[in-house]
Design a protein around this ligand. Structure first.
Ligand code: NAP
Length: 520
């Protein structure tokens, strides 16, 4: 059986601690094991500080972008193998595997392109300069400087490739070395990705280390210039927030957590219209892609009361067409949950939600005799405001159907009961309706996605996270923010207000055009 090792201090390191088994969720067979530990946490952090940080500091933004490009092409060369590992350990269909792996490669490439356009100077300029004194002689300018620290990245099990690479791309371009810790149940893919990155020979020594299993004492070694970017459940996020290193040093912590993402069908969207068809297609996609194990998956579907019966029938028909089965089979549209504990959690969650309504398709029963399969499950709520539907994220192919009046204010009020989310999607051809929805629902989300007849042909699905737009959300979604083009680098940098003689501040730190004229 394959044993996953950590890559620390420049080598793959065995451990003799008790193994945790990884499984093939289709057959329930054990396929690999992870043994935590086997390293000195202080030495790992020092390795990143002493070798990784200075090596990255010697590279310009553009050179770090070249590094991302080289890593992307190393991964692309092994794409077929990575897809197979994802199917084996994650239970993903080939399509779902590509979503993760191509998303990872695409994000690396997007940051390579962005880095190529960044200035040659080793910092970023933030906004215009400001006159601070009585005359322009005393001047101010904000700049972003790379923090001389280490980034600990802790990722969730559901995107072993994309989750790791989207964080890595931002940290590397910003110039900060990374210690990566993937979610354990699907760590076989993360580990294989790590091997390919290391074998590429492109990563400067100390700029990337990989932890198989628990983070151990790593958090205790971090200090005021370090950061932790975490993706996972709210419960783990809350534990990290209370960690003594975070409290003592105000360690920078970004939390990407749960979200009860809502899709809202606006009033007056005609049956059969492009917008209505897109609404049905996206709800079904978001419930079933990656077997619903997607942070941006739709968990609540809001429908005008008078359309409820029609939408319910249409969704049941569409969900009934989803072929659940062996993810290696081309006809399969939805594979199993990734692990036994996921399967147990989702079944228990469906049973709890069912207390507030009626299961209209699917349910908590296994969909096949062997493997961790469930059918897509839709639960019609008795009361739209029933707290169950707004409090619990069932992290699987399950959503609730909630009636509302068709007024955007009521939709926004219901959506806000989720306590903050990553994305809400709304389907309407009425700009006024959209503006009213955005004003009230927007502050509860990191992203608001609108569909109309005019844009439906070109729109990307709401569950898709793009490197050029921010990802994250307030409240229960963790309060974090990632990606968003250059914004994604800022987490790894310090914004500094530079104040002094204009001849220095503008010439040395101003916007390129201003500094050129100041020094002329
Ligand atoms: P999880 O159980 O919270 O675990 C997340 C990560 O934290 C894993 O790597 C886990 O390691 C690690 N971890 C657990 N306890 C820890 C501790 N005390 N100290 C340090 N690390 C610790 O979440 P999950 O089950 O992997 O992922 C599912 C959740 O992630 C869902 O709630 C989903 O909504 C959320 N998610 C959010 C986003 C987003 O962008 N907002 C994206 C994807 C997923 P082990 O695996 O070794 O326990």
């Amino acid at each position: 059986m394959q044993t996953l090792q950590s890559y620390v201090l420049g080598r793959w390191t065995p451990s003799s601690s008790a193994p945790v088994l990884l499984h093939n969720p289709t057959t329930e067979e054990a396929i690999a094991e992870v043994r935590s530990g086997g390293f000195d946490a202080r030495a790992v952090v020092e390795h990143a500080r002493k070798l990784g940080a200075p090596a990255l500091a010697k590279l310009s933004f553009a050179q770090r972008g070249e590094l991302c490009k080289a890593l992307a092409s190393a991964l692309h060369a092994k794409r077929e193998e990575l897809i197979e590992v994802s199917v084996l350990n994650g239970g993903t269909t080939r399509g779902d595997a590509k979503f993760d792996i191509d998303g990872a490669i695409g994000t690396l490439m997007a940051y390579a392109d962005l880095a190529a356009k960044l200035p040659e100077r080793p910092f970023l300029v933030d906004g215009a300069g400001l006159q601070l004194g009585r005359t322009a002689r005393f001047w101010g300018q904000h700049v972003w400087l790379t923090r001389p620290g280490v980034a600990l990245h802790i990722n969730a099990f559901n995107f072993p490739a994309w989750g790791m690479l989207e964080k890595l791309a931002c940290a590397l371009v910003a110039g900060v070395p990374v210690i990566e810790k993937p979610g354990t149940p699907t760590a076989l893919l993360a580990w294989r990705v790590a091997q390919i990155l290391v074998e590429s020979g492109k990563l400067p020594e100390g700029s990337y280390q990989f932890i198989a299993g628990s983070v151990g004492e790593l958090m205790d070694q971090l200090g005021p210039q370090d950061c932790v970017a975490f993706t996972g459940s709210s419960a783990t996020g809350a534990k990290l927030r209370a960690h003594p290193a975070v409290v003592r040093h105000n360690l920078r912590l970004n939390v990407e957590a749960d979200s009860l993402n809502a899709a809202v069908l606006g009033a007056a969207v005609e049956a059969g219209s492009e917008t209505y068809n897109l609404f049905l297609a996206n709800v079904v996609l978001d419930m079933t892609q990656k077997t619903g194990q997607k942070c941006t998956a739709t968990r609540r579907v809001l429908v005008p009361r008078e359309r409820l019966a029609e939408v319910r029938a249409d969704l049941v028909a569409e969900l009934g067409r989803i072929v659940v089965g062996d993810p290696a089979d081309k006809a399969t549209r939805m594979g199993p949950l990734s692990s036994k504990s996921q399967f147990d959690d989702v079944r228990a969650g469906i049973e709890r939600l069912a207390k507030g309504g009626e299961i209209v398709c699917g349910g908590a029963q296994p969909a096949r005799a062997k493997g961790w399969f469930l059918a897509p499950t839709l639960i019609a709520a008795r009361e739209a405001s029933e707290p169950l539907f707004h409090a619990e994220e069932v992290f699987g192919p399950c959503a609730s159907l909630l009636p509302y009046s068709g007024e955007p204010e009521e939709a926004a009020q219901l959506v806000a009961l989720g306590g903050g989310g990553l994305v809400t999607s709304a389907y309407s051809n009425d700009n006024g309706w959209c503006e009213r929805y955005l004003a009230l629902a927007g502050p509860w989300h990191g992203r608001v996605w609108f569909a109309s007849d005019k844009s439906s042909e070109q729109s990307l699905a709401p569950g898709m996270v793009l490197p050029s737009m921010v990802h994250g959300g307030p409240g229960r979604a963790g309060g974090g923010e990632e990606l968003g083009g250059e914004r994604g680098l800022h987490f790894y940098m310090q914004r500094v207000a530079v104040q002094g003689f204009k001849g220095l501040v503008e010439a040395s730190f101003g916007q390129p055009a201003a500094s050129a004229s100041a020094s002329a």
